[in-house]
Write a protein that binds this ligand. Sequence first.
Ligand SMILES: N[C@@H](CCC(=O)N[C@@H](CS)C(=O)NCC(=O)O)C(=O)O
Length: 227
Amino acid sequence: MTITLHHLENSRSQRILWLLEELGVDYRIKRYQRDKTTSLAPPELFKVHPLGKSPVITDGAITVAESGAIIEYLVDQYDTGRLRPAAGTSEHLAYTYWLHYAEGTFMPLMIISLLMGKVESAPMPFFIKPVARGIVSKVRSGYLDQNVRRNLDFMESSLDQSTWFCGEDLTAADIQMSFALEAAEVRTNLSADYPNLAGFLERMRALPTYQAALKKGGPYQLMGVTK
Ligand SMILES: N[C@@H](CCC(=O)N[C@@H](CS)C(=O)NCC(=O)O)C(=O)O
């Protein structure tokens, strides 16, 4: 069976590419471009999975969507015990936590932030602008900013004592967290305010497998920043 990664440009799919490189398995990449105006995925992705999102993989007759599920599937099938800590250990509990946290808690905040930015910059009649800006400002001050800060503080302190999120060894949960931190990096001053998180990104970018994934994936421009 050959694994196919259905790879949408500038997307979470980059983390699966990195995982595939870490696993050292054979795979092929099918590329998809975002719509130039809306940034949405093209209709061809709906032929792979009904939600039309990326990442999604096919492995023979099997189709798996959702980053966390794809990671679990690939680790189950192809890892040799390196990228997921042994069941029953505290590292495994941390692994499960961060694997779910990235998409369950942190990424929704990044999406709200992205959408608020889009509302602020959307073309609209001049008399609507103050209303739209007022709503965005309320969402930011009443909910978003404090939650983003609390989560960044929490992630930062979680890396006080360890190199990676589950200890001294890189796990697939770190790969899941990579996109969350890359998304945070474009909206906050990570290197000044969150040295542990900036250090994580630096260590990750120095890994040959991360670099190989970047090379295979092509230009990677995350919400305005070229990597
Ligand atoms: N929680 C999902 C999110 C999938 C998702 O929203 N992917 C984005 C790319 S980062 C996408 O496909 N966007 C294009 C669209 O919504 O049309 C996962 O982690 O797989």
